[in-house]
Design a protein around this ligand. Structure first.
Ligand SMILES: [Zn+2]
Length: 326
């Protein structure tokens, strides 16, 4: 067993260890190689597992078909001029800071331009969504919440111009919450709500909703719907949906705190993905593990260009549209 392979399974526990492990681009590339090809280099062109020839600037050449690649080619780091050490530094900060950090803070921390910091964060967020493939199960609360404004007049906000986010939360017995999933939807009609549920909740699960008609067709898709109808006296929603209420207030606090509330609707889903990645690993004691997980996802997520993220990433390519599939 080569010691370097063992090293690839390691993750730094402190910033000091991080700095020691990744002093230069070469160390970063070696680490990424182990994450990307744990069984050894696989040529992206001919798909053969071989030992590549190594050239300068981290170029890997397949000895069979002579295809030239690099560890970052075909990943979210593809064709960026940002050094790997900067990517790593950003990944470290975004996973170890308790509440993550804004592009503005990252810009200051790394000494890069705002643009570089911002696009790195956006690319990492796309990588984060890959980590959330397993659908929620058991009892799942689902409800919509409004992001970016204060609700007025006791209305639920359905059909308003503010950003509507559907939230699904696993409810544990006797108490506590499991994982979450979220989606920014254009409106709260069944056309948007049903595909979301089908994408993120396993059929057979018990789905807890309020009396909203948008959820009426859930039983047709294999779910048991439990309706909690709010009394006409106007009980606050959180009485019946404690999980969604809790997650939604954490989300809003995170957006206001870490990101100063300045999120454009076109980018909202990216932030929801980061929040989800973070929330679903909230009990993880090792932040370094989160860092490694993020990089693992980064090397298996396809290239993302700057144009892909500039006006809001097209998230539908990650959404499975479960209704049509079934
Ligand atoms: Zn090859």
């Amino acid at each position: 067993m080569q010691p370097s392979l063992v090293a690839g399974r390691e993750c730094p526990r402190t910033y000091r260890e991080f700095v020691e492990m990744f002093p230069d681009d070469e160390a970063c590339a070696t680490y990424l190689e182990q994450l990307r090809w744990p069984e050894g280099f696989v040529c992206p062109a001919c798909q053969m597992t071989t030992i590549p020839w190594r050239q300068t600037r981290g170029r890997l050449v397949c000895p069979i078909c002579r295809h030239q690649s690099s560890v970052s080619a075909g990943t979210i780091m593809d064709k960026t001029r940002t050094p790997l050490t900067t990517w790593f530094e950003a990944g470290w900060h975004v996973t170890t800071a308790k509440n993550g950090l804004s592009a503005k803070t990252l810009e200051r921390t790394l000494g890069t331009s705002y643009r570089v910091a911002w696009t790195m964060l956006q690319r990492y967020r796309v990588a984060m969504v890959r980590a959330e493939r397993e659908r929620l199960s058991g009892d799942v609360e689902i409800d919509e919440t409004l992001v970016g404004g204060v609700e007025k007049g006791g209305k639920r906000g359905r059909g308003t111009s503010k950003c509507i986010v559907v939230i699904a939360v696993e409810v544990r017995q006797p108490k506590g919450f499991g994982r979450v999933r979220m989606r920014h939807v254009p409106d709260a009609s069944g056309v948007n709500l049903l595909p979301f549920v089908c994408d993120v909740v396993v059929p057979g699960a018990v789905v807890l909703t309020d009396g909203w008609g948008g959820y009426n067709d859930l039983p047709d898709h294999g779910y048991t719907r439990k309706k909690t109808v709010l009394s006409s006296s106007g009980d606050p929603a959180h009485v019946s949906m404690p999980g969604v209420h809790r997650v939604s207030s954490l989300l809003k606090r995170w957006i206001l705190g870490t990101h100063q509330g300045s999120i454009l609707p076109a980018h909202l889903q990216s932030y929801l993905e980061e929040f989800t990645f973070r929330f679903n690993r909230r009990t993880s004691r090792s932040r370094g593990l989160l860092f490694r997980r993020l990089l693992e996802q980064a090397v298996v997520t396809g290239p993302i260009t700057e144009a892909d993220v500039t006006h809001g990433y097209n998230w539908s390519r990650h959404q499975q549209v479960g209704i049509r599939r079934s």
